[in-house]
Design a protein around this ligand. Structure first.
Ligand SMILES: Cc1cc2nc3c(=O)[nH]c(=O)nc-3n(C[C@H](O)[C@H](O)[C@H](O)COP(=O)(O)OP(=O)(O)OC[C@H]3O[C@@H](n4cnc5c(N)ncnc54)[C@H](O)[C@@H]3O)c2cc1C
Length: 286
């Protein structure tokens, strides 16, 4: 482990000042499940950790049926998936938070850390994206909002500027006859990085899809949104679901690696998309 300093921020402004004064090697610390490992292995140069887990705004979980859900960027995952409103109205988020690491990891790790990592396989990113989430970012020049779908720019890269950090992740108010679903494929039962993952959000009018958002992960350089022309305005049938799966497969640009082949990931893009559409539709109708 490299020698480094630790500072606890108790407000957003204090965190920005600590990051600004600390220079380029001052890093945000949320759960630390990723950054501490990287710092210990000297794969990331860190001179100062700025702990954001003592900022109330970054640790909140607030639901208002008319306004939506606000999740503090550093709120631990176990709080997210144990919240009944998240489970009911933002199911994909609960499902993804529930499988990240194991119980110990979920006691510390956050949605903000998962997003800021910007890994192509980041499990919660597909959920945050399909649910139309927005990252509220604070920095020396004030606050700005970035839709999750525009946040990641490449593997491990994102739109965050120097000394900025994500304060909250905001999700729209639930709509009648809407639902979401999330699924991933891993070779083991748990504690593995996704070979592919998929998040789907649907709004239904009877059996017709009024709105859809599909996100795919681990099958391209970053998590991305799949075109939904084959679904929106159409009845949900085996044919339209198969067409959405085919569209997902056509948009995927996976690589071969130790976890999976291109062929397997293309197949998973199709299958996981179809499965999550069916699961979301069943919930939306109910
Ligand atoms: C054993 C193990 C299993 C894991 N399993 C999974 C898995 O199944 N799926 C998965 O997706 N990931 C997995 N991970 C990776 C990691 O746990 C997750 O990405 C987690 O969500 C990171 O959150 P954190 O709060 O711990 O982030 P941290 O480690 O605190 O931070 C991660 C990075 O994001 C930055 N950061 C953190 N919060 C913010 C913020 N609010 N604003 C700006 N930058 C910020 C940090 O500076 C750092 O660069 C696993 C890790 C371990 C060690």
């Amino acid at each position: 482990m490299q020698a480094l300093k630790y500072a606890r921020a108790s407000s957003v402004d204090e965190a920005i000042k600590l990051l600004s004064d600390g220079g380029p090697n001052a890093k945000v610390l949320a759960g630390g499940t990723d950054i501490i490992v990287l710092a210990r292995e000297r794969r990331r140069k860190v001179e100062l950790f700025v702990d954001i887990k003592h900022i109330d705004e970054a640790m909140q979980l607030t639901f208002d049926p008319g306004k939506g859900l606000i999740v503090g960027a550093a709120t631990p995952l176990y709080k997210v998936y144990n919240d009944p409103n998240v489970v009911k109205h933002y199911t994909a988020l609960a499902q993804s938070a529930h499988v990240i690491g194991g119980t110990a990891i979920q006691g510390r790790a956050s949605l903000g850390g998962n997003l800021a990592n910007s890994g192509p396989a980041g499990d919660s990113i597909t959920a945050q994206m399909c649910l139309g989430g927005v990252a509220v970012i604070a920095g020396p020049n004030g606050r700005r909002e970035v839709p999750i779908e525009d946040f990641c720019t490449g593997p491990g890269r994102n739109v965050l500027e120097a000394n900025e950090f994500i304060v909250t992740l905001n999700f729209p108010a639930p709509v009648a006859h809407s639902a979401s679903a999330w699924e991933r494929f891993i070779p083991r039962n748990e504690m593995d990085i996704a070979v592919a993952n998929s998040g789907v959000y649907l709004e239904m009018d009877g059996n017709t899809v009024v709105k859809a958002r599909i996100a795919l992960g681990a099958v391209g350089p970053k998590v991305f949104v799949v075109p939904v022309d084959s679904l929106v305005g159409k009845p949900l049938t085996d044919e339209t679901i198969a067409a959405a799966g085919a569209a997902a497969k056509a948009t995927a640009t996976p690589i071969d690696d130790m976890r999976g082949s291109i062929k397997q990931r293309l197949h998973l893009s199709d299958i996981l998309t179809q499965r999550t559409i069916r699961a979301a539709a069943e919930r939306a109708r109910a």
